[in-house]
Design a protein around this ligand. Structure first.
Ligand code: PLP
Length: 389
């Protein structure tokens, strides 16, 4: 038989998906592995989706670029919450989740050999989706607190660099950029004539009074930035597979070319649900306050207890992840996570899944019930004690 696609066969199964499989097989496992919110989707979303199904929207294709009413609300949201000017028909499109937004951004930007610069560790999809579009990912190491080092970034820009990608608040580190850091990245893009991809799926999950800054709102950036977002994390709709993006006008026809022959649009009834969800959020800007307060408490617990066990980690400013180093256990992240799940039934993701500089780390997602989180941290502490004996 002739060889199947080497582009795809060279991609390892995502460490996170492997975890899904394992967690599915064993009943005793507490998973700190899955990046999924643990609160209920807002009721208006559920009602509007059911109504759309009853009206027959599931029997007909959605418009390729998205339902016009949803694109209009997205543009309103971008204006009000992100200070981004976007024409719903020229700059906005609905995608198949944040993952679909990433694929479309890469599809519109990259030619073979182009380089994409990002801080590492970072969300694993970027590395593999870049490969599908023959772009090379160049990893810049983060500071010890996981923040961006702009001088390092600058040194890695080459004539082939096409774009920088930032994700703040970040998966897997929880690092959240300050306004000054976003401005410094934007200034570098202008100086070196680069595009900027800004993945903002965790924009609302912020602690300690941190404020989200969208680079597309900064002077001189509107023509350079693709802003990616999704309903998944902030509306607790990971199963819907609805995302969206706003991009310079010239890019939308390219994205349309790509989506019409791959996905032919996004889930039709669910777009009505997300429309109701975004309307609900615009009317109730404090709707996530209680969830964030609860996450902040979990973040504080993890930060204190992990550092207390000798698994040192910086305090995350947002999202629901924390990324300790496990070097003090004498194991790397891969062995640590394998032994931890075997011996104590606690699933975490090896840091090596997120790039070349985090092999000694693991990623913990703390968006789970407080009691389970305490139990998981207790078992982890017992594990650390047992390996140090
Ligand atoms: C940073 C980041 N971007 C994008 C996504 C993908 O989001 P979605 O589930 O909407 O495809 C995720 C999911 O974990 C993520 O962490």
């Amino acid at each position: 038989m002739k060889q199947l696609s080497t582009k795809l066969s060279g991609v390892p199964k995502s460490g996170i998906r492997k975890l899904f499989d394992l967690v599915g097989q064993r009943k005793d496992i507490i998973s700190l592995g899955i990046g999924q919110p643990d609160f209920k989707s807002p009721q208006p979303v559920v009602d509007a989706t059911i109504a759309a199904i009853k009206e027959g929207k599931g029997s007909i294709y959605a418009p390729t670029m998205g339902v016009p009413g949803l694109k209009k609300i997205i543009a309103e949201k971008l204006k009000k919450e992100n200070n981004i000017e976007a024409d719903p028909e020229k700059n906005v499109m609905v995608t198949n989740g944040g993952s679909g937004s990433i694929a479309l951004a890469f599809a519109a930007l990259f030619n073979p050999g182009d380089e994409l610069l990002l801080f590492s560790p970072n969300f694993l999809s970027y590395y593999y989706v870049a490969r599908y579009f023959d772009a090379k990912v160049v990893e810049a190491p983060r500071r010890p607190d996981f923040g961006p080092n702009i001088d390092t970034l600058k040194k890695l820009v080459t004539p082939k660099t096409k774009a920088i990608l930032i994700n703040s608040p970040n998966n897997p580190t929880g690092y959240t950029y300050t306004r000054q850091e976003i401005e410094a990245v934007a200034a570098l893009c202008i100086e070196k004539d680069l595009y900027l991809i800004s993945d903002e799926v965790y924009e609302k999950i912020l602690y300690d009074g941190n404020k989200h800054v969208s680079p597309a709102s900064l002077n001189g950036m509107a023509d350079r930035v693709i802003t990616l977002n999704a309903a998944s994390k902030t509306l607790s709709l990971t199963g819907f597979r609805i995302g969206y993006l706003s991009a310079p006008e010239a890019m939308l026809p390219l994205m349309e070319n790509y989506i019409q022959y791959t996905a032919a649009g996004a889930n039709h009834p669910c777009q009505y649900g997300v429309m109701a969800g975004l309307e609900h959020v615009l009317k109730n800007p404090d709707y996530l306050d209680l969830v964030i307060k609860a996450y902040q408490k979990k973040r504080d617990t993890c930060f204190k207890r992990l550092n207390g066990m000798g698994l040192s980690c910086p305090k995350p400013g947002g999202a629901f992840y924390i990324m300790p180093s496990v070097a003090s256990s004498g194991m790397d992240g891969a062995i640590f996570s394998q032994k931890l799940v075997e011996k104590k039934g606690i699933a975490v993701v090896p840091g090596g899944s997120f790039g070349q500089f985090s092999g000694n780390n693991v990623r913990i997602s703390y968006a789970i019930d407080d009691g389970l989180l305490d139990e998981a941290l207790n078992r982890m502490e017992e594990f650390i004690r047992s390996v140090k004996k």
